[in-house]
Design a protein around this ligand. Structure first.
Ligand SMILES: *Cc1c(COP(=O)(O)O)cnc(C)c1O
Length: 450
């Protein structure tokens, strides 16, 4: 593969002239970047220790600046479904870059990506491209309010929809690690109560009773930001029926599930069709992209056609659309089978590792997504997911895996993201490490108790 860096060139990347260390970089980072990181979960606060700084990635692996290799199950929180530095994605970016990186005029790649997204989710007639998942959900909520003329939105505890004000309430993921209140209060300082006054919070997996003030119900059709929590079979159907009863719109936030759990995402997986979709992560091939879509009728409410304003200088960026298309081209039916098979092997391996260490866990698996909960029962909502996290067992396992060269996410509410690049060998090594790590973590827990 000519577009891959040679081993030598790559080594010079990971070992620059003045030799860098993880600790040294973090120290410098702490001076110029709050907490040393540009997204909170990366700071390792909930698992202890300091982050490794990535020098490069290739396929299933990342190398830190000290030359340590990790089998990576973070994969940019799922944004890299093909693995790192995929040859097709690199080639697409290399073709696009010399042509210019942003224009403020439409480009062909935007049309191609929009067509590709809509063809995979047949009920979605139109999309608008943005630059992050946060932007997608924020804009989609505004669209829903504009289209219905209603103010209230309903979200579920433990579902994460990015960090816009109105959606920062009981938001799971990195927000949950701060052990913040759930309720109708904001999760973050700087979000006035007014900003979430129209945000109704309800427990996941219980169909709420709505009334005609509700514009939209936003939901992670498969929850992947409070660990992996599946919808009960009747939950999504119930939401669909209840939204229809009162004329509210149903929004699937598929920033994680989209084009991942099936060709048509959670919509295909569940058989329930929402009114609005949000996407992100994998559709940018590692570059910043998001998208939201709906019927042509609803989308016609958006500027320049309608009164709902939404815009973006870098929206539909040509590098990002090229990279996203290169990803989707490789996500055919075979790819989904392979991803699901990889996830199944990993899930089974983790179960046997913890069983042999005498530790009770549940390891849910949907498509390529794998979850890990300590305790006896699979959580069904944020309360039960938090109770599992409160057992405090994740950090020791995380550290034991990291020291063996296996990188899981540095937070207990994240899911595990195997990619298409993870090989049988990678899985075998991961599972062997998990056996040792599970024993080590169990011993630590026993010592703490005893
Ligand atoms: C990651 C995520 C978002 C936010 O996307 P960003 O690109 O990080 O802004 C929104 N919704 C879900 C379900 C996510 O997992």
């Amino acid at each position: 593969m000519s577009s891959q860096p040679s081993e030598q060139a790559a080594d010079s990347l990971s070992q620059p002239a003045q030799s860098l260390t993880n600790a040294g970089l973090f120290e410098r980072g702490l001076i110029r970047i709050p907490g040393g990181v540009n997204s909170p979960v990366r700071a390792f606060r909930s698992v202890g220790g300091t982050p490794y700084f990535v020098a490069r990635g290739q396929g299933a692996y990342v190398w830190d600046v000290e030359g340590n290799r990790f089998i990576d199950y973070v994969q940019s929180y799922g944004a890299s479904i093909l693995g790192h530095a995929n040859a097709g994605v690199i080639a697409a970016i290399q073709r696009a870059a010399p042509l210019g990186t942003t224009f403020g005029a439409p480009t062909p790649g935007e049309i191609l990506l929009a067509e590709e997204l809509c063809s995979r989710v047949p009920a979605m007639e139109q999309v608008r491209l943005v630059s992050s998942g946060t932007e997608a959900t924020m804009s989609a909520v505004r669209l829903a309010r504009g289209a219905t003329g209603r103010s209230k939105i309903l979200k579920f505890e433990g579902n994460y929809h990015g960090h816009s004000d109105a959606l920062l309430a009981a938001a799971g993921s990195g927000v949950a690690e701060g052990a913040l209140d759930s309720g109708s209060t904001p999760d973050s300082a700087g979000v006035p109560t007014g900003a979430v006054a129209d945000t109704i919070l309800r427990p996941y997996n219980v169909v709420p009773v709505l009334d005609e003030t509700v514009a939209v119900v936003i939901v992670e059709a498969i929850s992947a930001n409070m660990g992996l929590v599946l919808p009960k079979p009747e939950f999504l159907q119930g939401l669909r029926a209840e939204c229809d009863r009162v004329g509210a719109l149903l929004l699937f936030d598929e920033v994680i599930t989209g084009f991942r759990v099936a060709v048509g995402g959670a919509t295909e997986w569940s058989g329930v069709t929402p009114d609005i979709w949000c996407f992100g992560k994998i559709i940018g091939g590692g570059l910043p992209v998001g998208a939201f879509g709906s019927s042509a009728a609803v989308m016609s409410e958006l500027a320049p056609l309608g009164p709902v304003y939404q815009a973006g200088t870098l929206s539909g960026n040509p590098l990002a659309t090229a990279a996203g298309l290169a990803v989707l081209q490789q996500l055919d039916a075979d790819a989904y089978l392979q991803l699901s098979d990889t996830a199944e092997q990993l899930a089974m391996g983790l179960r046997s590792a913890f069983a042999s260490a005498g530790t009770q866990v549940v390891v849910p698996k949907v498509g390529p997504l794998v979850g890990l909960f300590f305790g006896e029962t699979q959580p069904t909502d944020f309360a039960s997911a938090s109770a599992s996290v409160a057992l405090g067992r994740y950090p020791a396992f995380f550290q034991a895996m990291l020291s063996r060269g296996i990188a899981f996410a540095p937070g207990p509410y994240e899911v595990i993201f195997p990619s298409l690049a993870h090989s049988e060998d990678d899985l075998r090594i991961t599972i062997e490490a998990a056996h040792e790590a599970a024993h080590e973590a169990a011993q630590e827990a026993a010592q703490e108790e005893g």
